[in-house]
Write a protein that binds this ligand. Structure first.
Ligand code: GRG
Length: 295
């Protein structure tokens, strides 16, 4: 990874911790709920969705900080999805980001409520801070984010994933799941950056295509890392897909086949990016990071 990209990721991931802390600092709620929310929100994580939003703003010539509230909303929705995904009724995981999962520390009921609270507060935050946008643009951004995070997007993808658990899926079915479960929230991050950074309609089209391929590349690398990654770097158990006989890009295509698909999506993301004619290399570097990342 280039030194420049690695400092961009490190700086902005650090700034996210500060911003996320501020976002929940004034909440009036029972302390155990606040603790459970903060525990998962500030447990680390790559902050990759905010980083794509910030990089999009940078690429459009804007100060990335303009997107700080939208970035917090994205990270809150992402964190709620992880807290709920780890519950016994779903993946039943004990560790996430190298720490005990939320329900292991606070109990199932509080973990469910912490997830609910992060989800609802994300939309409050977004609505309260319109980032100096024109009202109609803000409404479009808000609608899209709700759509991509909800039944048409991430939640629908998670439901399709659960329903496919005991079946050997086809590659098309796998793509259906991951376009929703993983790619939609990343796409939302880039499109939020487009709206806040006043991208032209053509740029929105090309950056959306870029983001969809990035989302798929991200998931394929996730599947590869579950097979050949390092538990200490990932902060979670590896091999769980195989243990659970789960259909993944690796189980359907093998590690080499999955790597080939990963490279294809990165290539396609870069082709779309070239058409967007943006001002910095940040998004192209992030596309390469999809292949290089080992955490
Ligand atoms: C429960 C509604 C609901 C949705 C859950 C995100 C998710 C959907 C499930 C988690 C399991 C998984 C492998 C999802 C695919 C997306 C993905 C790779 C999530 C992990 O995101 P990272 O790697 O996590 O960005 P960190 O911890 O770095 O933030």
């Amino acid at each position: 990874m280039s030194q420049q990209l690695s400092s961009f990721i490190k700086d902005w991931a650090g700034k996210m911790d500060v911003e996320l802390k501020k976002c929940i600092a004034d909440l009036q709620a029972p302390p155990p709920l606040l603790e459970a929310m903060e525990y998962s929100l500030l447990a680390g994580g790559k902050r990759i969705r905010p980083i794509f939003l910030f990089a999009t703003l940078d690429a459009l010539g804007h100060d990335p900080l303009k997107g700080k509230h939208a970035a917090c909303a994205l990270e809150m929705v992402h964190t709620y999805s992880l807290v709920h995904d780890d519950l016994p009724a779903m993946d039943d995981d004990d560790y996430r980001r190298g720490k005990l999962t939320n329900h292991k520390v606070f109990g199932e009921a509080m973990a469910i409520l912490a997830g609910d609270a992060l989800l609802t507060h994300a939309f409050y935050l977004l609505a309260k801070n319109a980032e100096g946008m024109k009202p109609e643009q803000f409404v479009t951004m808000f609608q899209e984010f709700s759509l991509l995070a909800g039944p048409n997007g991430m939640v629908g993808g998670q439901a399709a994933d659960m329903l496919g658990e005991d079946k050997k899926l086809t590659i098309d079915e796998l793509y259906y799941i991951h376009e929703r479960k993983t790619a939609d929230l990343l796409t939302s991050a880039v499109r939020m950056g487009c709206y806040i950074g006043q991208a032209s309609p053509d740029q929105v089209i090309h950056l959306t295509t870029y983001a969809k391929h990035i989302g798929l590349a991200f998931q394929i690398q996730d599947d590869i890392l579950d097979e050949i990654g390092d538990e200490a770097k990932l902060g979670k158990k590896v091999g769980s897909d195989k243990d659970n006989d789960k259909s993944t890009f690796v189980s359907l295509l093998g590690v080499e086949g999955a790597k080939e698909q990963l490279h294809q999506h990165v290539q396609q993301s870069k082709e779309a990016l070239a058409k967007a004619e943006v001002l910095s290399d940040r998004l192209a570097d992030l596309a390469d990071f999809m292949v290089q990342r080992d955490y």
